[in-house]
Design a protein around this ligand. Structure first.
Ligand code: AMP
Ligand code: MG
Length: 484
């Protein structure tokens, strides 16, 4: 596999064996490499001259020495209801490696076939959803938002039955950790306090080493606060870029605060506060404007799972951190988007009024803030053109200009910084849809080009202007199936 500069470990196997079942991948037929993330491989400490070698691992026909695949056991709350039967139903943790910079990477093969936790599923992943996960992990990373990553994906000939017959695929997803809030729920509700404690210590040792030397009570308190705050900040970052996750169940919440498990996600095109991207979420539980609340509820589920090993009062205090962490990060994000460095009392109302206006006018969210980051260079027209009612735009621009009078930076300086907070390129549904269609016809070049653009979403990239275009009518209301 060419030159490797990583160390192999499999620390997950140190957990009690109720946390996993050893399962061999079920081979796919004739798996072919679809897309390989060479830059990420390099960060992880290896490089490859022959992508095809890795297709055998993606297709489940070969393992490297040291790989010991397991399906992880966890449970979780799905749409508010507790489900004790969850676990890796189609993914396997292969091993963990440690790169030259000391970073730990879990390798998880998603689409590897059935496991004891597959329930009614077939253990497979389809090409469409695998491409979407690949694209979005790399887009999120480009935006600077914590996320699991895509190392490589294969496609195969096996027919997969969903609403129609689709192509099989598999993704090697990597992350510092694949431990979810749901792992703690499993430990607390089925195993007992000792197991919760063991899991907590495992997570702290591997992922929060800065807390490892504190006395137990203090360490647990600091750790829980940190998890709550990371979750709050993550969701404030999602809100700022208009990302809707779609399935914020507690089994999809990463304990280290990564964006985790991409399904029917969407980035907002026209701003719509109540946008529901998951068409099976009829009640809108995970609508865009409910994500902050959903994140908090997930922290509450985690809190309940920690009750056997922590003082109730400590847990309550930890949970209280959520609101301040969310509000603080959200306001900071919005100030950056508006280019405001001086803190004014009226800033929060300006932000909220801006959201109401965008909601009412169905203004394209990404394009609006990017146009605002070029006001001085390109003038008012690009902003006004995004509005149905230009008078509304003019009034708002006047108010904004007045607010800018409190600022001390030059227009150029401010707009330069704003372009680093307001992406020009975002993974719009229609862009994903286009490259999926090409890939289904065997051409992965459009997907690779889109990834390159999304790696640098804040750069102008004039040669890639077309990727910043507003969605065509067909692309505005693509319904994303949850069956992936
Ligand atoms: P999700 O809503 O995608 O996060 O999945 C929830 C649960 O269903 C997890 O335990 C998954 O492993 C499992 N799952 C999803 N799709 C499949 C599938 N095709 N086959 C088996 N299990 C699946
Ligand atoms: Mg999941």
């Amino acid at each position: 596999m060419s030159s490797n500069d990583f160390r192999v470990e499999h620390r997950y196997l140190e957990l009690p064996d109720s946390f996993y079942t050893r399962v061999q991948p079920t081979p796919l037929k004739n798996a072919k490499m679809a897309c390989f993330n060479h830059k990420l491989a390099q960060d992880m400490g290896f490089h490859t001259t022959n992508e095809a070698d890795w297709a055998k691992i993606g297709g489940g026909t070969e393992l490297l020495e040291g790989m010991d695949p397991v399906a992880m056991k966890y449970t979780g709350h799905q749409f508010g209801g507790y489900n004790p039967d969850l676990g890796d139903g189609r993914g396997l943790l292969l091993w963990e490696t440690i790169g030259p910079d000391g970073r730990r990477w879990d390798w998880h093969l998603k689409g590897a076939g059935m496991t004891p936790y597959s329930r009614f599923g077939d253990g497979r992943a389809v090409l469409r959803s695998t491409i979407r996960e690949y694209l979005c992990s790399e887009a999120m990373n480009g935006l600077g938002i914590p996320t699991t990553r895509a190392l490589f994906m294969v496609s195969a000939r096996d027919p997969i039955r969903r609403e129609s017959i689709e192509t099989a695929a598999a993704l090697v997803r990597v992350a510092q950790s694949h431990i979810r809030f749901g792992h703690f729920e499993f430990a607390a509700h089925h195993e007992g306090p000792e197991t919760v404690k063991t899991l907590l210590e495992h997570v702290v040792e591997l992922h929060f080493p800065q807390l490892a030397n504190l006395a137990e009570e203090e360490r647990n308190a600091r750790w829980f606060e940190e998890v709550v705050e990371r979750t709050a900040r993550l969701i404030a970052d999602w809100q700022a870029v208009g990302f809707c996750h779609g399935v914020m169940n507690s089994d999809n919440m990463s304990i280290i605060g990564d964006t985790f498990d991409y399904g029917p996600f969407a980035f907002l095109d026209d701003f719509d506060a109540g946008y529901i991207c998951n068409h099976t979420d009829q009640g809108g539980r995970y609508a865009y404007n409910r994500q902050p609340q959903a994140g908090f509820e997930n922290c509450q589920y985690l809190a309940n799972a920690l009750l056997p090993v922590m003082q109730e009062d400590t847990i309550r205090k930890g949970l209280q951190r959520y609101e301040a962490a969310y509000n603080g990060r959200f306001l900071q994000n919005m100030r950056s988007k508006l280019g405001l460095v001086q803190e004014n009392e009226g800033d929060l109302s300006l932000v909220m009024d801006t959201f109401s206006m965008l909601n009412q006018q169905h203004t394209d969210y990404t394009a609006f803030f990017r146009a605002l980051s070029n006001l001085n260079t390109h003038g008012h027209a690009p902003v006004r053109d995004l509005f149905v009612d230009r008078d509304v735009a003019d009034k708002w621009l006047e108010r904004y200009a007045q607010r800018l009078e409190n600022e001390t930076r030059t227009h150029d300086e401010r707009e330069h910084e704003m372009r680093r907070a307001n992406p020009k390129y975002i993974l719009r549904n229609y862009l994903a849809q286009q490259v999926i269609l090409e890939a289904q016809n065997g051409d992965y070049e459009p997907m690779k080009e889109l990834i390159k653009v999304l790696e640098r979403p804040y750069d102008e990239q004039p040669e890639h202007e077309k990727y910043a275009a507003l969605p065509p009518d067909w692309g505005k209301h693509i319904s994303i199936s949850c069956s992936s």
